[in-house]
Write a protein that binds this ligand. Structure first.
Ligand code: NAD
Length: 479
């Protein structure tokens, strides 16, 4: 494994630089070690990043799309060559297991590659006009500077999705990456530089998140903000974006229900959902969390989940045999405990787990709660960790009622072979990404976005690239 010197600096107008607002530690959540420092940007450095992106925009947006695409594919190829370095960063600062770290690195590589292909598929339409011989052209036109604000749970793939789509469309960008996982962003920016993407096209800052975001959204040069993170911060940013009517693509929280119908195979339910539940220590917006199980299968599902939860080997990603890593920071554990305490005080039963593991770092024992009452907070607030709840349901109506009770509408799962059940769930379940007898991955080639408190707009697919464009209508008379 490469050395642990994971210092992360700002990258502004083609220059790596230290932050004028000081630095903070880059901490390994798996043991509390200091991995390096994170440079924090001052307001004037954030301003310089915005100005650099704005200055680079005219030339970048005029660069032929096929050439932009080639550069993005080169970023993908360079990251593939450097996959060990990227996976190492994800493992150390992101607390991932080796399998999760390489899995995410692969998805980031794929996202740059796919957006590189998509760059030359961004095209308009020609309609006839209303005057004889005239035409109307509908032309996707790059918006300008994009602000990309990303979280720590999938720091590489979420940066790749945002920068890949923005650059493919012809936008330039200021990336505010998570201060909890800064070096993953550094590895990606180095690949962008080495691929030959010109100075100013992508700029990277870290800092005081609230102050940096406020400044990015107040800047008239910033035409779109793409944010992945919590619903709470998303709402703050939406209010700030309203001032300049800055466009928003918001991928926010999720709290996925899993409806297990009476004809489902319980073993398959566990086999399919457990990796999605406990991968990245449950810190995933598509993690299956609220199991709503037909009463005839309830006990089997609880037993299966408990056995699976207890089978994980908690540890640092560098330790042999680790299958479940730490959570991001101490604050996460305090939130888990509060949610579990609330549920138990209302009658929930801890079937397994429910406590922080006594070892350095931030480890939480995989937890299964049964008999969770409908007013428990954990059913409405995403735990965003290795915790699943199980509720018994007697009818599909009851399952749908529980599933739709949470304010989020992102991923959801159904296990049933009945066409009637599938049709009813598809029609009535408030979800934007439904996995039926399988998982619900976010892949680069198909648009995915949230509803309700899970956000709005799309990432992935042609829609994800077009989000960074304005359709310009040109009404053209005959010559
Ligand atoms: P977060 O909202 O705390 O942070 C996300 C980003 O916003 C980070 O860069 C952070 O520094 C910044 N930020 C934090 N506080 C801010 C503030 N007050 N003002 C402006 N910016 C601020 O989220 P997180 O804890 O890093 O990530 C977890 C969240 O992300 C979960 O809610 C999860 O569901 C969500 N998520 C959603 C998706 C999706 O596709 N829908 C994918 C991954 C994660």
């Amino acid at each position: 494994m490469p050395a642990k010197n994971l210092d992360a600096h700002l990258f502004i107008n083609g220059q790596w630089q230290e932050g004028s607002a000081g630095k903070r530690d880059n901490v390994d959540p798996g043991n509390g070690d200091i991995l390096g420092i994170v440079s924090l940007a001052s307001a004037s450095q954030v301003d310089a990043a915005i100005k650099a992106a704005d200055a680079a925009f005219p030339a970048w947006s005029r660069t032929p799309a096929v050439h932009r695409g080639l550069l993005l594919k080169k970023v993908s190829a360079l990251l593939a060559e450097r996959v060990d370095e990227l996976a190492n960063a994800l493992l150390l600062e992101g607390g991932k297991t080796k399998a999760d770290a390489y899995g995410e690195a692969g998805r980031a590589i794929e996202a740059f590659g796919w957006n590189g292909e998509e760059a030359s598929r961004v095209f308009g339409k020609v309609h006839t006009g209303i005057v004889e011989g005239s035409t109307r052209l509908s032309v996707p036109t790059a918006l300008g500077v994009a602000a990309a604000i990303t979280p720590w749970n999938f720091p590489a793939v979420l940066i790749a999705r945002k920068l890949g789509a923005a650059l493919a469309a012809g936008c330039t960008a200021v990336l505010k990456a998570s201060e909890f996982t800064p070096y993953s962003a550094t590895v990606i920016i180095r690949a962008i530089v080495d691929a030959g993407i010109p100075a100013g096209v992508v700029n990277l800052v870290y800092g005081d998140p609230a102050a940096v975001s406020e400044q990015l959204l107040a800047a008239p040069e910033v035409k779109i903000v793409s944010f992945t993170g919590s619903t709470h911060v998303g709402k703050l940013l939406a209010a700030q974006a309203a001032r300049n009517l800055t466009r928003c693509v918001f991928e926010l929280g999720g709290h996925a229900p899993v409806i297990v119908w009476e004809d489902a195979d319980p073993e398959r339910v566990i086999q399919v959902t457990a990796p999605a539940k406990f991968g990245t220590a449950g810190q995933s917006c598509v993690a299956p969390t609220r199991y709503l199980v037909h009463e005839s299968l309830h006990d089997k599902i609880v037993q299966g989940l408990v056995a699976k939860a207890e089978s994980y080997q908690l540890g640092h990603g560098l330790e042999d045999g680790t299958t479940l890593g730490p959570v991001a920071h101490a604050g996460r554990i305090a939130e888990f405990k509060a949610l579990i305490e609330d549920a138990v005080s209302k009658g929930a039963v801890i079937e397994t787990g429910g406590y922080q593991v006594d070892r350095p770092g931030f480890f939480f024992k995989p937890t299964i709660l049964s008999n969770v009452p409908s007013d428990a907070k954990i059913l409405f607030e995403e735990p965003f960790g290795p915790i699943a709840t199980v509720q018994k349901v007697a009818s599909l109506e009851q399952a749908l009622e529980h599933a739709n009770a949470a304010p989020y509408a992102f991923a959801a799962y159904l296990f049933s072979d009945s066409l009637r059940v599938r049709n009813e769930v598809v029609a009535k379940l408030n979800a934007s990404n439904l996995g039926i007898n399988q998982t619900a991955p976010s892949l680069p080639d198909v648009a995915l976005g949230g509803l309700g408190n899970s956000g709005y707009g799309y990432e992935g697919g042609s829609e994800g690239v077009l989000a960074y464009t304005q359709l310009k209508l040109i009404n053209q008379s005959a010559l």
